[in-house]
Design a protein around this ligand. Structure first.
Ligand SMILES: Nc1nc2c(ncn2[C@@H]2O[C@H](COP(=O)(O)OP(=O)(O)OP(=O)(O)O)[C@@H](O)[C@H]2O)c(=O)[nH]1
Ligand SMILES: [Mg+2]
Length: 469
């Protein structure tokens, strides 16, 4: 049982305690353990810092924190870091901390008492046993803040709606530091192998071994990277390049600006440490803007391989066959074999309809040409604290799952084509989990490109055999 306290409430308490990240573990809950002072002491004595939380029928949440042990010997105690607090009043968030005011004792530890704060008892939760009255507990304690704690101008009614009837009372142990994998016991929404060094090596080897279908005379698979300004297109290339170089690299310019930072079409190579290039190109493009930049015509030229490498996009004028360098007769090497739409997971909801329309226009072209499409859903670290702490929890995070669903609906692509990623952006060293996630996405993209190339080969073979008939 994990308790009723939300992540947000824990964050607030953590901030009030003020000594860094904390882990909250449920020790005692009256609905589970019974409302009984002896049970409370059995579960909570000598456990170090704890927070007590009361939830009432009106939707108010309040309680107290102490950094000192509970015990049963019957004595007052001064804990200057103790405080009382209010998190919600009648279902409305009203976070207020009521600090210890240096007046007398802040805690009362007694065998027959539940959690009790303050010399005159600013908050006395209960004594003895209180029975469940069918959905609530009519606690026999009291709340009157002002003796040992500063009430910050609030009266009792504004905190507990004038009653001590609660639906739940919980006590959490508060420990310094984060739990390693708090979401680890959840079932993944997308199955992968166990994330470890061996898995990382296997995906890396798959990618290094990737070769475009023989017989097509295609040297590199060309992956087109498109998407709104600032979505993380260039960062994805940097992420992949960093993994293969074995250190953080920033070959592609990335950052934030109102207009696209990337101004040229760059079919980036990825090289392994020895310097030999892998058999694909990540083709970075200028970010999509509502009224200018890459448009459908330009996208068509990109897909067909007409646009020369390092071409500087002109946001106001679209390239045309007369533009110097325009490849009038592109080869199978120049065409795009798979398209990746890069979408920032944190801005899916607010993406402008014009940009979505633009991407759908690109998709129409890709569908006509049979080019496979995927979505790279970036910045998933910003969606969920668990993932931010530990990227290997990405497929267990309901927030990421919801955003994958949203992205798949947005562009009408199967959920399996939505690949969550956290790019290297703030790190100075590689992290196996970040690398695994990025390589999983890249491998999938290369598999799609392989399917396209395979289909190209089938078409060529069929055409040849029809000619010879
Ligand atoms: N937290 C986080 N930040 C990211 C991630 N990916 C990219 N960023 C940040 O987002 C910003 C934009 O990233 P870029 O890679 O420049 O985006 P872009 O799509 O190439 O943008 P333009 O070239 O301007 O169109 C940078 O500040 C990156 O550090 C990610 O996965 N997580
Ligand atoms: Mg860029």
């Amino acid at each position: 049982m994990t308790g009723k306290l939300s992540d947000k409430d824990m964050d607030q308490l953590e901030q009030w305690i003020g000594t860094g990240p904390k882990t909250f573990t449920l020790l005692y809950a009256i609905t589970r353990d019974g409302c009984n002072a002896t049970t409370f002491h059995q579960k909570c004595d000598n456990q170090g810092a704890t927070v007590t939380v009361l939830y009432n029928q009106q939707g108010s949440v309040y309680g107290g924190y102490t950094s000192s042990d509970w015990y049963s010997t019957g004595s007052y105690y001064i804990d200057t870091s103790a405080f009382l607090y209010q998190l919600r009043y009648s279902n409305t968030p009203t976070p207020v901390k009521f600090p210890y005011n240096n007046n007398g004792n802040s805690i009362y530890k007694q065998a027959n008492y539940g959690p009790t704060f303050g010399g005159g008892h600013d908050l006395h939760t209960f004594s003895g046993t209180v029975n469940n009255s069918g959905g609530y507990f009519a606690l026999n304690g009291s709340l009157y803040i002002g003796n040992s704690y500063n009430a910050q101008g609030k009266n009792t009614n504004q905190i507990n709606n004038g009653n001590m009837y609660v639906t739940e009372l919980e006590v959490y142990k508060v420990e310094t530091g984060r739990k390693q994998k708090p979401a680890n016991d959840k079932k993944p929404w997308r199955q992968t192998r166990n994330w470890n060094e061996q898995f990382l090596n296997e995906i890396t080897e798959d990618i290094v071994a990737f070769k475009p279908v023989p017989g097509l005379k295609v040297k590199d698979a060309r992956i087109l990277i498109v998407g709104p300004v600032g979505a993380g297109k260039s960062s994805f290339y940097n992420t992949i390049n960093s993994i293969f170089r074995g250190r953080i690299t920033q070959k592609a310019c990335s950052g934030s600006a109102e207009q696209s930072l990337t101004t040229a079409y760059t079919p980036y190579k990825v090289k392994v440490k020895s310097g030999s290039p892998l058999n694909f190109r990540l083709c970075d493009t200028r970010g999509l803007e509502e009224s200018q930049g890459l448009d459908v015509l330009e996208c068509n030229y990109l897909l067909d391989g007409n646009i020369p490498s390092y071409y500087q996009f002109n946001p106001t004028t679209v390239i045309n066959p007369k533009t110097p360098g325009f490849k009038v007769n592109p080869s199978a090497n120049d065409v795009i074999h798979c398209a990746v739409f890069v979408l920032d997971a944190t801005t899916l909801e607010v993406m402008s309809s014009k940009i979505i329309e633009k991407m759908k226009g690109f998709q129409d072209l890709m569908n006509q040409k049979g080019i496979p499409q995927t979505i790279l859903l970036t910045k998933v670290d910003k969606l969920c604290k668990d993932v931010q702490r530990d990227v290997s929890l990405v497929f267990k995070s309901p927030e990421v799952e919801q955003h994958v669903e949203k992205a798949s609906q947005l562009l009408g692509l199967p959920r399996a084509n939505v690949l969550p990623v956290k790019n290297y952006e703030n790190e100075h060293d590689l992290d196996d989990n970040i690398s695994i996630l990025a390589l999983l996405a890249l491998r999938q993209v290369l598999y799609f490109a392989e399917d396209f190339l395979d289909h190209m080969l089938d078409k060529m073979d069929d055409a040849k055999s029809e000619e010879s008939e």
